[in-house]
Design a protein around this ligand. Sequence first.
Ligand SMILES: [Zn+2]
Length: 276
Amino acid sequence: MNFNKIKFGASGNPLNFFKSEFGKDRLGVIEWSAKLGLNAQERQMTYGARMKEDDAIEFGKRARKFGVSLSIHGPYYVVLNSKKEKVIENSIKELIKTTRLADLMGAKKVVFHPGFGRDIKKIIEGLKEVEKEKPKSVVICPETTGKISQSGDLNEVLEICENTECEPCIDFAHLHARGQGSLMEEDDFRKVLVEIEKRLGKKSLKDLHCHFYPIEFTEKGERVHRAVTEENVFPRFESFANLIKEFKMAPTLISESKNTQDIGALEMKRTMEELR
Ligand SMILES: [Zn+2]
């Protein structure tokens, strides 16, 4: 296992960051993450790709200086299969804007939620439009989403990737929630990895972009994120960790553990370190 190639990071700015000496500087999360021992960070642009260009450039400079690999979570209001033509148009524009900001900061991946419902033809068409305009260095990553009403079960995400230049973002908590608690044993996770490898190949699996944290769900899927510091919450990273070794992966592991993204990311790092 190439432990040094695995990326561990927090999603957004955790509570502990705001409490720290770095918390007053809105770009300080890079240095704070690096000091903790994390080497990735997922910038949240879930409410809009609105960062100033100068800030994006500065953020990227710091990321390179401190050895932190960046990704961006794109806006929630992107809906590439909306019934309204105007919404699709705006979604395409917004995704392109996000990839340009990603390019400015040197982020390689832009994660997004593809849309609603089971029609993914329009999503693929929209992504092809985005791909004409986006910087070459940036890869768009449709995410496996948590609510059954959303587009983005595993099959749909893989189908989108098969028909575009996209790579998947596998949010394991969302898969678990959609599947009504489907990711408990190591074998449950293995099935997911085997399917990704079969459909997209070894390279996509090796570089997989992952979200991992515990979640609570209802019959409709995702209800709320839970924290790794709580008891009896699932899915659990220990059930997945061995497979990273078995499949010779070097994934990016982003924690969205509720208010404790830093603690979640550090726990994953510690677990992998023990398997070294
Ligand atoms: Zn997401």
